[in-house]
Design a protein around this ligand. Sequence first.
Ligand code: UD1
Ligand code: UDP
Length: 392
Amino acid sequence: MHVLLAIGTRPEAIKVAPLYHALRSDPFFSVTTCITSQHRELLQQMLAFFDVRPDVDLQVMQPRQTLADLTCNVLRGADQLLAQTRPDLVIVQGDTTTAFTVGLAAMYQRIKVAHVEAGLRSFDLQQPFPEEANRRLVDVFSDYLFAPTSGAADNLRKEGYRKESIFVTGNTGIDALLMATEIVRRQGHPLPINLPAGAKLALLTAHRRESFGEGLLRICQAVLKLLDRHPNLHILYPVHPNPNVQDVVQKQLSAHPRVYLCAPLEYPGFVGALAAADLILTDSGGVQEEAPALGKRVLVLRETTERPEGIEAGVAELVGTSVELIVDRATALLQGSEARGPVLSPYGDGLASSRIVEVLKTGALTESFSAAPARDAHAAAPAPAKRLRTGT
Ligand code: UD1
Ligand code: UDP
């Protein structure tokens, strides 16, 4: 089977990497890997770590380009590539413009499409924007719907998708996370900051389009208030290169002595920081999945989420971009004033890629994914002696 894998952004590189290796190590498949370069530095960082070697690069990234420009450029490039290569199957991952557009180009050429991470729904087209639309559109033209959880599969069945095309695999992102935690455990990976004794560490990421402007400003205000309230708190914030994020965050936070703004971290460094953090604040989809898999609770800086399993399991909490709510809930977690049960990893068990390979080869899945216990975060935490500060 000739499979074309499409990768556009950082999370796609992370979540496709385990599948790339699983497919390439099986002689049943021949694999063409296409990066669109919707992201550039963020993507290269991940491809290098996971040793993913693309065959084709559509080179579409332009600073500040509109979604329509991005869509047109990916569509044109993918259309030409598919006409030349004629794969049996195109695999796209997630909810990005790359996933939607490469899938669309395949459907136009009547090439089968597999959607990895199918069935996620926030039920609000404005949040996350434009991801909720992208993921729904990809599902419409996909022949294989690889749902990470039984909840995602239920969403698909309720929307009338054929049950024969839906497979509950777990999320390939957890396969990648477990690969990385093993490397971090073996090699150790220094935190990019040097924390004084007794300090608490909060890890923050925020990049969603619907938070640009006011939402991001409120997140920054909440961070400053939280630092006022907790004199031993230090914040590590790897800032997304999008100028809409950089401009606000640098202006609001760079002067504070306990905020460490840094360039996006390489994957093992970020995983080490997740494992070491006392508090995780994020609007990222992937981080919502990874934190509970490492036994960590997470505050979600969004009004809604397509990943309700973490909320239902009590390991994630929606706090939106309200200053009061962020400060109150973060304070409660930092003070450890609430009972903490064992954490369940609702999103994957490290076997998602092998389940996908099984389905593509046999048309069936012997065992679906069901929620697994979390890993011990200490396994991935960097040793305190190796904590280094590498600037702000
Ligand atoms: C994209 C995805 C989003 C995903 C996120 C992961 C879409 C519409 N959005 O959002 O679903 O959660 O990636 O991070 O598919 N830039 C760089 N270098 C990079 C990457 C981005 O300079 O390596 C800058 C460029 O100015 C670019 C801008 O960021 O134009 C926005 O990138 P884009 O992919 O459109 O949106 P993201 O916010 O990154
Ligand atoms: N990540 C990383 N370095 C960072 C920030 C995030 O390696 O500095 C990883 C993180 O572990 C997760 C993924 O990037 O796997 C999430 O990417 P992002 O938040 O950009 O996208 P989303 O998941 O929201 O689509």
